[in-house]
Unconditional design. Structure first.
Length: 83
């Protein structure tokens, strides 16, 4: 099943700041969702994280409208402080 991917401003801003090779790797992995190194966040319902090296991408899946919304991205040490 193919999902529509939506990147929110916070995630786009972080990805844009990355070096070109890392930016391409992050985007390639995001567009493979929901496959990859994915785990649900324990404290939140329907919120997941994607691990790409030391980068974490936070997203939600809306199965009824076949959409994945990438809400945030950041380094491993910083991203979980916001969640």
């Amino acid at each position: 099943m193919k999902y529509k991917i939506i990147l929110l401003k916070r995630a786009r801003k972080f990805i844009k700041k990355q070096p070109r090779d890392m930016r391409e790797k992050i985007l390639r992995e995001i567009y493979k969702l929901p496959d990859g190194d994915v785990k649900p966040l324990k404290a939140h319902k329907n919120v997941y994280r994607l691990r790409i090296d030391n980068i974490r991408v936070i997203y939600t899946i809306e199965r009824d409208i076949i959409t994945i919304t990438v809400s945030d991205a950041g380094s491993r040490g910083q991203i979980y402080k916001r969640y």
